[in-house]
Ligand binder design. Structure first.
Ligand code: RP5
Length: 173
């Protein structure tokens, strides 16, 4: 993106990207500038601490941190900044990513990480949650979120109607 990034999407490995891309797509949908970086709490700990400590000064307002397995990235990032950190657990071969989820969600008191779902809507929700945080101080963005929810309501109402019609047609035949 060309304008200064407001959200950072960090991931422990480039192998995570294909699984977390919907986070970036949600940010793009709302026109929020973001940057994407690969850095690891275990393989490149100095890079992570330096990045997290300097993120606020660079204009980053929310950090999304994705990792799988022994998923410490979000916690380590949160330890080095007071910016809100959204933890995005990456699915793995072990019980669908339960290892990632538990590694990320069980933070000790005082250092919060707002962890979203592993798989399913998790990556998209990470992006949307970042948008909602930014919208607290951006009325335009808030308006776009309200419009998004309105359209969502319409879509669900259409699906409700279509399903009820299909069931009624089935029972008549
Ligand atoms: C974690 O280890 C990464 O976030 C990734 O989910 C997992 C495996 O990484 P690779 O071995 O594929 O690089 O740190």
């Amino acid at each position: 993106m060309t304008s200064e990034p407001k959200v950072a999407i960090l991931m422990g490995s480039d192998s995570d990207w294909s699984k977390i891309k919907p986070a970036a797509e949600a940010l793009a949908e709302f026109g929020v500038p973001y940057e994407v970086r690969v850095m690891s709490a275990h393989r490149t700990p100095e890079v992570v601490s330096k990045y997290a400590a300097g993120a606020s000064e660079r204009g980053i307002r929310v950090i999304i941190a994705a990792a799988g397995g022994a998923a410490h990235l979000a916690g380590v990032v949160a330890a080095h900044t007071v910016l809100p950190v959204i933890g995005l657990p990456v699915p793995t071969a072990l019980a669908g990513g339960l290892d990632s989820l538990l590694s990320m969600v069980q933070m000790p008191g005082d250092i919060p990480v707002a962890t979203v779902a592993v798989g399913m809507g998790g990556p998209r929700n990470a992006g949307l949650l970042a948008v909602q945080i930014l919208a607290l101080s951006d009325p335009d963005l808030q308006g776009r979120l309200i419009e998004f929810r309105r359209k969502l309501g319409e879509k669900i109402a259409e699906k409700d109607e279509a399903l009820r019609r299909a069931i009624a047609a089935e029972s008549e035949s």
